[in-house]
Write a protein that binds this ligand. Structure first.
Ligand SMILES: Cc1cc2nc3c(=O)[nH]c(=O)nc-3n(C[C@H](O)[C@H](O)[C@H](O)COP(=O)(O)OP(=O)(O)OC[C@H]3O[C@@H](n4cnc5c(N)ncnc54)[C@H](O)[C@@H]3O)c2cc1C
Length: 338
């Protein structure tokens, strides 16, 4: 097998954690190649919520998810990482000398000394409600399982369905963008954050959003594009609402995808790691960010950043077992280039 690319660390996943891993590895002068199944970098932040503000990144009181990804890309520029985007890593082979081959669905072969899996939720699929003909209105015709660009909904009448954080957060955000927002939830209490639920109730009391509880969207209607949805209450009363867009936000089905078949020790569909350096059960293979699990794991970006720093140390020791690592502050040493 002839590798197309050769590198020190191959990072699977170009989400925030994978990108920051390039920085931490770069400080140790380790070269990185990053592969992602999606056509763009940024993982969940670019794919699911690029225009949402994040409030718990240290040093940023507030930062848009898309801007955080842009900043991470700027931060890793000095290390000249290379990327293979739009290709899912399917296979992994350990070679006799302890190095690896990773093979993508398109046949790209990456030869690397270590692997850092930063695959997040894996290959994720939105959970779709069981509504007849829903698929007829996908692909820009009125049914959206993610909000990529809120401007799509400017001055529209929209129905959002769901009771979790995404449904609540987008209801709050789109209340200032869309002409009319209706949130439909099958229960009476929300699963999402309490303060978000309170904000939605306050918007409802102020007449800025419609709240339809104990109900489900049961039918979709329209000739070429979506024109209306039917909302059926738990007591079977139904009404039809004219809308341009319907956004069912019932979460993502986390699917580890091929990573689950590589013989790594798993727990609850996540890769088990040692918190000393976030190594997996296979020497030379590390897992950081949302994809890993260990006692006390928090699926937060800032935790993934911490894991990236320790992973880079582990990878360095794996590649150079005889070299002594000395911690150097960036304030003292600056950022070396590769
Ligand atoms: C609506 C929403 C709001 C959130 N708000 C916050 C917040 O305020 N603060 C916070 O800290 N966190 C928040 N999170 C969680 C945060 O987004 C995740 O913790 C973070 O994205 C994890 O980053 P990651 O790099 O580990 O994985 P991801 O961002 O999931 O990126 C993983 C990447 O790996 C790729 N991949 C997977 N398998 C393969 C494969 N086999 N081959 C190639 N590529 C592969 C995927 O395509 C994906 O792009 C939020 C999440 C959501 C959904």
């Amino acid at each position: 097998m002839h590798p197309t690319i050769s590198t020190d660390i191959c990072i699977i996943g170009a989400g925030p954690v994978g990108l920051f891993a390039v920085f931490e590895a770069g400080l140790l002068k380790l070269r990185c190649h990053v592969v992602d199944a999606l056509p763009q970098v940024g993982g969940q932040l670019s794919e699911i919520y690029p225009k949402k503000p994040i409030y718990d990144i240290p040093g940023y009181p507030e930062v848009l998810a898309g801007d955080l990804i842009q900043n991470l890309m700027r931060q890793i520029e000095p290390f000249h990482p290379t990327f293979t985007l739009g290709e899912r890593v399917e296979r992994f082979e350990k070679l006799e000398d302890g190095t690896f081959h990773l093979i993508t669905a398109d046949g790209t072969v990456i030869h690397c000394k270590t692997i850092c899996i930063a695959g997040g939720l894996g290959s994720f699929e939105p959970r779709k409600p069981a509504i007849e003909n829903l698929e007829n209105y996908e692909a820009g015709k009125g049914v959206y399982y993610m909000v990529r660009d809120p401007e799509t909904f400017r001055d529209q009448r929209i129905v959002i369905a769901g009771g979790g954080d995404s449904a609540l957060d987008w209801t709050i955000f789109l209340a200032n963008v869309a002409k009319e927002v209706t949130l439909v939830h099958r229960g009476t209490t929300f699963r999402g954050a309490v303060d978000s639920a309170e904000k939605v109730k306050a918007l409802h009391d102020a007449g800025k959003v419609n709240l339809v509880l104990s109900s489900n969207v049961t039918h979709v209607h329209g000739e070429d594009a979506l024109e209306a949805v039917t909302i059926t209450a738990n007591d079977s009363t139904a009404r039809t609402l004219a809308v341009e867009s319907f956004i069912p936000l019932f979460g993502l089905t986390p699917k580890l995808g091929p990573i689950g078949e590589w013989g790594l020790e798993l727990e609850d569909d996540a890769v088990k790691v040692n918190t000393l350096d976030y190594s997996t059960s296979v020497p030379g293979v590390y897992a950081i960010g949302d994809i890993n699990t260990y006692p006390g794991k928090l699926k937060l970006i800032l935790c993934g950043f911490h894991e990236a720093a320790l992973m880079a140390q582990g990878a360095y020791k794996h590649i150079f077992p005889d070299k002594k690592y000395v911690l150097k502050y960036t304030t003292v040493n600056g950022v070396p280039t590769l």
